[in-house]
Design a protein around this ligand. Structure first.
Ligand code: NDP
Length: 425
């Protein structure tokens, strides 16, 4: 087979637009972010746990490699590929593609979470030392990084056989470094198996909460029982992951699935960045136990609850409105018309700020860090990083919405002047 010449020639007005710092970003980010993952894990287990300590606590090469880690990682991905293929749950259609077709997706991620949970409990019942994940964390991260690179190379090469309409508009600049990073093919599939959709919410996201459970079991090994702080971090993050999988269908309309190609940025984010940096608080707590008062715990639980409420309600309101604007729960909301025929909500959650779902997400992120106390910056890594990510994502989304809706978007911005934080930003 030869790469489609149409695919190689395909160009559109979007093709020249470069995100994430263009070629420089595409070269630096794949070097810098994997090193950041390894650095943060090393810092989380060092006695000082300081991101500023000098010299930095760099891992030795024998701390980075363990063949067991590779076996576990590949076994985990294979298990979830099998669960993906099981005829469980319903099948949904994605949005209409440029060739006017729609792809089908199995909505069975929540089943995958439950089945892997049951399997883990069985393993624990058989005496499997789940706490050993603490020792394996660096080799596991190293393997996830290596797998992300190899998988991205495979995706880049195979994209040259894809028809032009199957390429992401922003991933076909002709610059190999940038295209490798941002992703050329929009929905790479092997048969019916959708590689991007599979990676988006399954091995990495479920892997994250399994790693958290491993940290909790390590704490039990070391101190006899899990701390309140560890229980809160595990519960909050499990709620977040379970919610994402319960509402898996909503991912079909997100920027990642609809707009972005599948390249290093998403592969690494899904398989390495999320599972090994989002749960740093749990890894930190193994080495740096914290005592938490009942009042402190109650305040943190309330903050997480408020964040979750805003996050879930606002996401559900928009999803319901996009699916069926006549549904009684959204039919009375005030909207403005756009030239595309779609309407924009200007009351309800989406009349409070232009991204209420990001506001709720950030409140939860803060609640995940607070159980780790105030003496270290490291457990706050996620909320700081996530604030930057969501501000950048909001900006990307605004540009796409302005291009889509033109004057109507400007009217919406005038009606709802704040982006994420009411009266602040
Ligand atoms: P959003 O759910 O925020 O969707 C943005 C889209 O919503 C816009 O492109 C537009 O699309 C539509 N929209 C915007 N304003 C309105 C309005 N007023 N009325 C109706 N429709 C509107 O997208 P994201 O994918 O960024 O976020 C989804 C969730 O995922 C969020 O809760 C976010 O916090 C979370 N998230 C979490 C991440 C993590 O790492 N934990 C990473 C990224 C996101 P259109 O008009 O075409 O429908």
């Amino acid at each position: 087979m030869k790469p489609s010449s149409q695919a190689l020639k395909h160009k559109s007005s979007h093709d020249t637009e470069r995100e994430f710092g263009g070629t420089l970003g595409a070269v630096c980010i794949p070097i810098f972010l994997p090193l950041t993952v390894l650095f943060l894990i090393s810092v989380s287990r060092s006695p000082e746990a300081s991101v500023l300590q000098w010299p930095p606590p760099l891992p030795s090469s024998d701390q980075l490699w363990d063949p067991l880690a590779l076996v576990i990682l590949l076994g985990w991905i294979a298990l979830h590929a099998l669960l993906y293929l099981m005829p469980l749950g319903k099948v949904s259609e994605g949005l209409v593609l440029r060739d006017a077709t729609r792809l089908k997706y199995p909505i069975n991620g929540f089943h995958g979470l439950c089945i892997s949970g049951v399997l883990l409990l069985l393993f624990l019942g058989l005496g499997a030392p789940l706490g050993y994940l603490f020792e394996l964390l660096l080799p596991l991260a190293m393997c996830a990084i290596a797998v992300s690179f190899l998988f991205s190379v495979y995706l880049y090469i195979r994209s040259f056989w894809a028809p032009s309409h199957a390429l992401a508009l922003g991933g076909n600049t002709g610059n190999p470094l940038y295209d490798f990073f941002i992703g050329r093919e929009l929905n790479p599939r092997i048969g019916n198996f959708d590689l991007k959709y599979f990676c988006e919410l399954r091995p990495g996201l479920i892997g994250w909460v399994v790693i958290n459970l491993g940290m909790l079991m390590k704490e039990v090994e070391l101190r006899g029982s899990p701390s309140l702080a560890m229980i809160l971090v595990n519960s909050f993050q499990l709620l977040y992951v379970a919610d994402a999988l319960w509402n898996e269908e909503a991912v079909l309309t997100t920027m990642d699935i609809v707009h972005d190609g599948f390249g290093f940025m998403l592969v690494f984010g899904d398989l390495a960045w999320v599972p090994f940096t989002y749960g740093l608080q749990a890894a930190f707590l193994v080495v740096h136990p914290q005592t938490l008062s009942s009042l402190g715990a109650a305040v943190i639980i309330a903050l997480n609850g408020i964040g979750y409420y805003i996050f879930r309600k606002s996401n559900s309101q928009k999803n319901q409105f996009r699916r069926d604007p006549t549904h009684p729960s959204v039919a009375r909301l005030e909207t403005i018309a756009t030239a595309t025929g779609k309407r924009l909500l200007v009351s309800g959650w989406w009349g409070l700020v232009r991204h209420p779902n990001y506001l709720g997400d950030l409140l939860m992120a803060l609640a995940w860090s607070l159980p780790c106390g105030f003496a270290h910056l490291l457990p706050y890594f996620y909320v700081i990083y996530f604030t930057v990510l969501l501000i950048h994502r909001e900006d990307r989304d605004e540009r796409q919405c302005r291009a889509k809706y033109g004057l109507a978007w400007d009217t919406y911005c005038r009606r709802v002047p704040y982006r994420i934080f009411p009266y602040i930003y």
